[in-house]
Design a protein around this ligand. Sequence first.
Ligand code: IVH
Length: 670
Amino acid sequence: MSSGNAKKRILELNRLISAANVAYHGHDKPEITDSQYDKLLAELKELQKKYPQLVSDESPLDQIGAPINTAFSAVEHLEPMMSLDNAFEIEDLQAWNERVARGLDEDFSYITEMKIDGVACSLLYEDSKLVRAATRGDGKVGEDITANVMTISSIPAKLVETVPGKLEVRGEVYMDLSVFEDLNKSQIDAGLPTYANPRNTAAGSLRQKDPKVTASRKLSFWAYQIGHHSGDLPVDSHSAGLDWLGELGLPVNPERKTHKSFPAVEKRIGAGLELRNKLEYEIDGVVVKVDSFAQQQTLGATARAPRWSIAYKYPPEEKETKLLDIQVSIGRTGKATPFAVLEPVLVGGSTVQMATLHNADQVALKDVRPGDTVVVRKAGDVIPEVLRPVPAERPKGSKPWKFPVNCTSCSEKLVRPEDEAHTFCVNYACPSQQQSRIEYFTSRGAMDIEGLGESTVALFIEKGFLSDVSDIYSLHWDEISKLEGFGRISIDNLKRAIDESKSQSLSRLLVGFGIRHLGPTGAEALASHFGHLDKIKVATAEDIAAIEGVGPSIATSVSEFFAQKKTEIVLEKLRSAGVNFAGPEVVEVEQTLAGKTVVISGAVPGYSRTEAANAVKIRGGKSPGSVSAKTDYLVVGDNPGASKLNKAQELGIPVVVADDFESLLSKGEA
Ligand code: IVH
C-alpha cells in the first residue's frame, strides 16, 4: 500500500473505530460485531506499525471506550481504567508470553480468569462503605451510576472487614443467562420486543434513569481488579488480591487459576472452551495476567493497556440444536432461498430459530436434513449459520433433502438458470414476490409509507387490492373500510402517508423499485446525473455505466428493468397517480477546463479546498495535489505552500492569484 493510501485507510479506520466505540459504549447498541471491531483494530495496529509517521494524536488505539453520556454526572476515576490487548491466535499469545519473559528475565507465574462479557464497572469504597460506582467511560472519566449499582444484590454496600481509606474495585456487571431468558419470556408474554443479548441488556439496565428498573433486571457482578487504594495492600500478587476481595465480601469468579508455566496457560485456554458451554453467564475469552504486582510494575503499560495482561478471545460460539424443517422463501426478485427452521437456541449472545441455507448446493454440500441435530454458529450480530449435521444423532432412514420443484407460494415450476447458484420463481405475479416487492417499496429506505407494512400488504394482496406497487395509489377505500381494524383514523393516516409518498425524491423511488444491485448511493448518482426518470428509462447500459460510482452490473440491471413491458405499465400508473419522477435539477456546466490541470495551493476565498477542486473538475479539468510538468495553472490563495510555488516557478507554469480564479473557471484561461 502506498503511503497516501495508508494515510487514507488510517483516517477511515480511526473514524470507523470511534463510531463503533460510541455505538457500543455510549448507546449500548453495537453497530458492528465484536469480531468485525477486533479486525478493524488489528488492521489499524498493523498500519500504525508500518507507518509510524502517520499515527494521529487521537488514534483510537490510545483511547479506551467512549466519551460519557451526559445523562449521568461525570466522575473521575482515581486510577485510569485500562483496556486489554487481544490475542486471537495462539501464536499471538505465544509472542506476548515471549515479550513478558524477556521483559522480566526471572521466574514468574500467570493467573488466568474468565473474560466475562458484560460491562466494566468501578466501585469506590471509603472506610469500607460503597460511596460511588462508575462506568468506564473514556478510561479517565466515567458516568456516575451509584444509585443503580446499589440495587445489585451481590455487591456489598459495606465490606465485611474494615479497610481504612479509599479502595477502588473493578469488575464486570453482567446478566446471568437464565435471567436473560426469563426477561425475554416475560417480554414475549407482554407482547413486547425481545432483548438482543445479555451483554447489551446488562449495559442498558445499568444506565437506567430509574434505579427500580435496574433492580428488576437482577444483574450480577464479578470483581477482577484492584484499582486505586489509599493504604498499603495486605497482598503482593493479583491472585492473593482476588482472594482478599473475596474475603471482603465481594463476588470473585471461582474460575481462576495460577500457572507456573506457559503450557499450563495454553491448556487452561483449551479447557475454557469446554467450560464456556457450562457456565451460567457468557464469556468471550480468557484473561491472562502476570501474577506478581512487582513484576506487573516492571512491565508497565501502554497508553491503552497493560503489558502484563492479555485477553485471549475465543472464536464465535457454536451450539447444537434440532433442525426442525427446511423451508424455502421467495424474495422480491423471485429468488428461492432455503432456510433452516431450528429449535430455538441461545448462541453467540442471542436466540436463533432460523438460519439461511443460501441455495440448493449449500444444502447438498452440508447434507443437513430435517430431523438432524445440527451445529449452529453466530458471532455477535452476524447472521446465524448452520455449520454441519451431527452424523451420530441422525435419525434412522433419513434421506437427503430435495429442493422443491414448484414454487412454495404460487406452485409454478422453479427454474435454475445454467451457471447460476440460485433457483428462481419466474412468475412475476407470484404472491410472495408481490409481497416482498411492495413491502420493499413502502419501506423506510424507499417511499417510507407508514401503515403499509408486512401484515397490511399481505392482507391487501389476499383481498386482491394490491398486485403491484402502482396499485397503492388507487386503493378502494370503501372496500378497505369494511375490513376489521380499518377505522376512520387509521384509514386517514394511511391515505395521508400514501399521499405524502408521492413527493418522495427520485432516488428513493428508484430504490423502491428494488432493482438488483441498485442501492441508495447508485440511485442518488442516477437521479442527479439524469435529473428525471424518463431520461433514465431511455438510457442505455453504456450511458449508465459511464456515471461515476455506477458499476457495470448496476447498469445492466437498471437498463433491463426499464426495458420490461410490465415496468412500463407500472410507471405509467405511477405517473398518472402524480408520483414524483423529477430529480435534482441538472445544471449543464460549460467544459471550459476540459483537458487542463489546475493545482490549487492555499485557501481561495469563498471556496473550501474540496469546493475549489470540484469547481475545476465539473468544468472538465483535473485538480491534483501537486505541481508537475503536466500542470497548466497553479492557483495561489491565502497561505500557499512554498514548495508548490517554487516548483511552478522552476517549471515556468503560469501562476494565477485567487482573485482571478473565477475568471479562470469561466474563460478556461488566465
Ligand atoms: S482485567 C488492567 N479481567 O474486558 C486490566 N477484564 O477487553 C483491566 N473483562 O475492560 C481488565 N473479564 O471490562 C479483566 N477477568 C477479567 C475480565 C475483564 C472481562 C473486561 C473488562 C475490560 C475488558 C477488556
